[in-house]
Design a protein around this ligand. Sequence first.
Ligand code: ADP
Length: 258
Amino acid sequence: AKRLVIKIGTSSLLYQNTNRLNLRAIERLAFVLSDLKNQGKEVVLVSSGAIGVGMGRLGLSVRPETIPEQQAVASVGQGELLGIYEREFQHYGKSVAQMLLTRDVLVYPQSKKNVSNAFQELLKMNVIPIVNENDAVSVDELDHKTKFGDNDQLSAIVANLIDADLLIMLSDIDGFYSNNPLADPNAEMYHTVTKIDANIIQAAGGRGTQFGTGGMITKLKAAKRILNNHQTMVLANGKNPRIIYNILAGEPVGTLFT
Ligand code: ADP
């Protein structure tokens, strides 16, 4: 795999059940991704966490309820988050770029072309694009519970758009289980999933924490998009980003969607 999209969830970036940033997690992620760049790989990072970081900065302990509040908080957090990435990657001599996208980017041929061109150019320039949903723009009033801040699906859209060899989705769980492991201690992890059917969808529960966003549903929707496009995705635990090395070595970690 040469061209990689790595998505990291809020749950891997914040200390559990807090809005405090796990700086070590970010530092390790920057190390691994920079090292992959040195190996000649192309890397795109899709990072959540803006709302959690914004909450921390503004001193909010409860996730805001209304969409305008969430947008405002995300805007505060996005700047801080990108600043931290910028510094961490700079440490390894790497440049990053901020890409704020909406999920309808594939729907409009002109925007699709523009975004695709921008990615190609950034990769050519050896830059690591850091993608997030443009929260202030992309709100679906009818379905904001699952759609607002859904970087899972956005990461699959980006993987489609740039024809990535692999989408690696890092979360706070080892993989996709037959049931939400928080609720069912007997749940078993799937090592390979080749089709997203009704049984699979049924196994997916909601988000794990108030800071996480989509839970498994949005990850399965992302996987479905990947499979439809004949691409590959691995869902794995992002507690230690070095797991990316294991994934690229073809070791059986996480759940492989192929
Ligand atoms: P992230 O912030 O990484 O996107 P989320 O909190 O949104 O993470 O989603 C991950 C959570 O989904 C897990 O911690 C787990 O509690 C929950 N979950 C629900 N159903 C399942 C399942 N079938 N297999 C694995 N995890 C599940």
